[in-house]
Design a binder for this molecule. Structure first.
Ligand SMILES: [Zn+2]
Length: 828
């Protein structure tokens, strides 16, 4: 940190000129040359370049034209003071590129350098506030495409290779520098003269035909919206994108060359409206980053949440007009609340803004708190400030810090100028503190049952003195009418004077407009009324609040299970069907006891099959089928799944594509269908896409009936190279640790925790949490809980950031113990 601060003052006007040759074979090292021009404004200390690789990767060094000795220690290439001069300097380095973040495959490679991985690739000043210009020359095998952040200037075809010369980028942070090279197909479009290129490997002609126009159009619409909203024109020379099979995240906002997970962008006619909405939001999110993150960048990674909250917040605004049939308040709620609560309710929760001493831990900042709680906070802020004032503050912020860096307080100062509210106090609780409020009601009635006093109280779930100022609505339900009360709680309690004199309602729904944040009062007797609530947002929030009350022990898992099971029949809105389907799954696998699961599997399977055979729209069918697949492990369920897979049973209006058939085959293998072997062989023969075939083969051992094969496979994940495809590894772990397999797989639990530190060091930013979610996150037994507790006790020195991730991922396991104790006591 001290070095980063010093260096920020020491160097300016940084230009990286990189040239290298990519060999055909992925095991052949990549030799490269870096010519680095920079301005030095003080020589109190030597110059430290970050390079996190073996010293033997560094071959020669020229400083201002003179050959110098290479001094490489503690991940730094050190240039002594006496070799440098004040003002302009040029450093030339011949080196071999580091491979950790090169993602090399047989036919393609791509860099992914966020948050601090540029240093693993080439010597650089790897911190977001030393922005620099980049210029690339890349020679690649013939027929390869190359994409980076600047436009192509010249392409030279040779006998066996092709050489690309690129122009210079604008000033950007190291984590936003990227390139993609390989055998890709290319599509281009220029709506209103705005040219965009797309590189992709998908070979399904239907998906390509149906998706390509939408992909271009979504980017173009996003650009237009953002130019208008921010009052700042598109800030870079170009906007191109590449889709990559099995990409680590949904997308990554590299300047001028966004990378996406291929499967997230290429959809066919079987996709539900929600899947299309998610794709549009993903594109809007990455495009919004061109302004929020790429143009104006956080000074340091403790403010990384700022770029993510704006990307998500803008994405919501951008997609609204393109999906006029969607209830966007509901879409916002189902997208953000369950996930935000999923981390904020745990013992491992964190504030939106977290201090970061060591850049090694930067990856641990990412999670649902910044992607989901922060947009909820922003929407509250916009509501209390007013939309116009909020937008004006944002426009000033973009203009003032363009091509530069800013911290949260810089933005607070600009927003503060547009509002009466004391934003510093407001941001202290919402941004700098974690947890959420638990609300309790205090209602007094007169003898004639009219309300004499309506008051509610908030208490921080984590036991602190935190109080969240916020605004939301409360709905009072009567036989033939609904009375809605607005509240604006500023301190510990809020009194609602308008309620005085009203008669006693049949039911009270807190947070009926879905704006509030916390756990609200709910009685078991109210559950049967939820499916009949008219307003979709009110109903949706009631489903969410029910789940939170299950986890807090106020509603039993079985009561909630019955509610969600019945709502799956009554709901017609795709977003709500999806919401209750997800909760049904969580309750079924994580909170029902084994006996309850045995008892309720058949009724649930029967209900779902009945619904699948009935006359429902395709989008609903797709969600119901997914739920059916996840519980069809009985003999009857397997038979049906098998006849759907081999096309002997036709489900009306259910659209399945090849990916779905692959998933069904894998489920049948997991459930040990008697024809497992032939099912998997046939599936494999049918896969024509080489990337999908590779994935399928990677996952097969995780599905084996032979426990030795699974054991060996799990052990192979100890080696970094075997988990290089992180996304596939997580799917494999999920199969290995599936609840149906846990008697055999529980022995993986301890080793999967013990390797955690290593997982963080070698994996990308979302990998440690994903690793935990698909290992310890799949268990609910007391035996698993003992293993978890023993691990935490035995490792008091575990990196605190990782401990938090562990406490987040194991929260269901912990709560299942608490709830099961209740069930046991109740039955005695
Ligand atoms: Zn993002």
């Amino acid at each position: 940190m001290a070095l980063a601060e010093h260096r920020h003052k020491q160097v300016t006007d940084v230009n990286y000129n990189l040239s290298f040759v990519i060999p055909e074979q992925k095991d052949t090292p990549i030799a490269a040359t870096l010519v680095l021009d920079l301005n030095i404004s003080n020589l109190d200390t030597p110059l430290f370049l970050d390079f996190k690789e073996d010293s033997n990767h560094l071959k020669t060094l020229l400083v201002n034209g003179k050959s110098e000795e290479i001094i490489h220690k503690n991940e730094h290439l050190v240039i002594p003071i006496n070799k440098l001069s004040m003002g302009n300097n040029q450093i030339e380095i011949n080196f071999v590129m580091g491979e950790l973040s090169l993602n090399r495959n047989d036919e393609y490679l791509y860099t992914l350098l966020v948050p601090d991985r540029a240093r693993t690739l080439f010597p650089c000043f790897d911190q977001p506030n030393i922005k620099a210009k980049y210029k690339l020359s890349v020679t690649a095998p013939k027929f390869w495409q190359v994409l980076c952040g600047a436009p192509v200037q010249k392409i030279t075809e040779n006998v066996e290779t092709v050489a690309y010369e690129f122009g210079q980028t604008e000033k950007i942070s190291t984590y936003l520098f990227s390139f993609v090279a390989g055998k890709f197909k290319k599509a281009s479009d220029s709506p209103e003269g705005f040219k965009m290129d797309l590189l992709f490997r998908e070979n399904d002609s239907t998906k390509i035909r149906l998706s390509t126009p939408t992909i271009f159009d979504s980017h173009h619409q996003s650009v237009k919206f953002l130019e208008n909203y921010t009052g700042y024109g598109f800030p870079f020379q170009k906007l191109d994108f590449a889709t990559i099979p099995g990409f680590q995240y949904g997308g990554m906002e590299h300047v001028g060359a966004i990378q996406y997970r291929e499967g997230s962008l290429f959809l066919d006619e079987s996709a539900t409206e929600n899947q299309r909405l998610r794709r549009a939001k993903l594109i809007a999110h990455e495009t919004a980053h061109m302004w929020f993150g790429d143009l104006v960048t956080m000074d340091w990674f403790d403010d990384v949440w700022m770029k993510e909250v704006f990307a998500n917040f803008m994405a919501e605004k951008i997609v609204n007009p393109a999906f006029p049939n969607i209830n966007h308040d509901l879409a916002f709620m189902v997208a953000h609340y369950p996930r935000a609560y999923g981390e904020d309710r745990t013992l491992g929760t964190n504030p939106i803004r977290q201090p970061l001493d060591n850049l090694n831990n930067a990856g641990s900042l990412y999670g649902s708190i910044i992607y989901n709680k922060a947009p909820i906070m922003m929407r509250q802020l916009e509501a209390v400030m007013g939309k116009k004032a909020f937008q004006k503050g944002i426009q000033n912020y973009i203009k003032k810090y363009a091509y530069s860096n800013a911290v949260w307080n810089d933005l607070v100062a600009l927003l503060d100028a547009e509002t009466e509210i004391d934003l510093k106090t407001w941001s202290e609780i919402w941004v700098n503190r974690s947890s959420r409020p638990i609300f309790k009601e205090q209602i007094m009635y007169a003898s004639d049952s009219t309300i004499t006093s309506f008051e509610f109280v908030q208490n921080a779930e984590d036991g602190s003195n935190g109080l969240w100022p916020q605004t939301f609505e409360i709905a009072l339900y009567y036989a033939d009418t609904v009375v809605t009360l607005k509240t604006n709680i500023k301190g510990k309690t809020a009194l609602i004077p308008e309620a005085k004199g009203l008669s006693k309602p049949d039911a009270i729904v807190y947070n009926s407009n879905g704006m509030g944040y916390g756990v609200f009062p709910l009685n078991t007797s109210f559950l049967i009324k939820i499916p009949r609530l008219k307003d979709q947002v009110t109903r949706g929030y009631s489903y969410i609040n029910t789940y939170e009350n299950v986890l807090n022990g106020r509603i039993t898992p079985l009561d909630a299970f019955q509610l969600y099971k019945e709502s799956l029949v009554s709901e017609e809105n795709e977003l709500l069907v999806n919401l209750v389907s997800g909760y049904l799954n969580s309750i079924f696998w994580k909170y029902l006891t084994e006996n309850q699961r045995a008892q309720y599997q058949q009724p649930l399977e029967k209900q779902l099959l009945g619904q699948l055979k009935s006359n429902l729209p395709a989008n609903i069918k797709k969600i119901l089928f997914r739920r059916f697949r996840s519980v069809a492990y009985s003999e009857s369920g397997k038979d049906i799944l098998y006849s759907i897979w081999n096309h002997t049973m036709k489900i009306p209006n259910l659209k399945l594509n090849q990916d779905d058939y692959i998933s069904i085959a894998m489920d049948l293998a997991l459930y040990q269908h008697e024809n497992q072997k032939s099912i998997l062989e046939k599936t494999k023969d049918d896969i024509s896409n080489p990337d999908k075939l590779q994935r399928f083969e990677f996952l097969l051992p995780a599905l084996s009936n032979d426990i030795l094969v699974r054991d060996n496979y799990f052990e192979s994940l100890n080696e970094e190279k075997n988990r290089a495809k992180e996304n596939w590894t997580l799917t494999a772990l999920n199969y290995l640790n599936h609840p149906l397999r846990q008697k055999e797989s529980i022995k993986y639990l301890k080793p999967s925790l013990e390797i955690l530190d290593e997982i963080q060091k070698t994996g990308d930013i979302f990998f440690p949490k994903g690793w935990l979610n698909n290992t310890v996150g799949n268990y609910n037994s007391s035996e698993a809980y003992s293993i978890l507790k023993a691990f935490i006790e035995a490792n008091p020195d575990l990196n605190p950031a990782l401990l938090k991730k562990l406490l987040q991922a194991s929260d269901d396991l912990r709560r299942a113990q608490l709830l099961n104790q209740k069930v046991d006591k109740g039955s005695n």
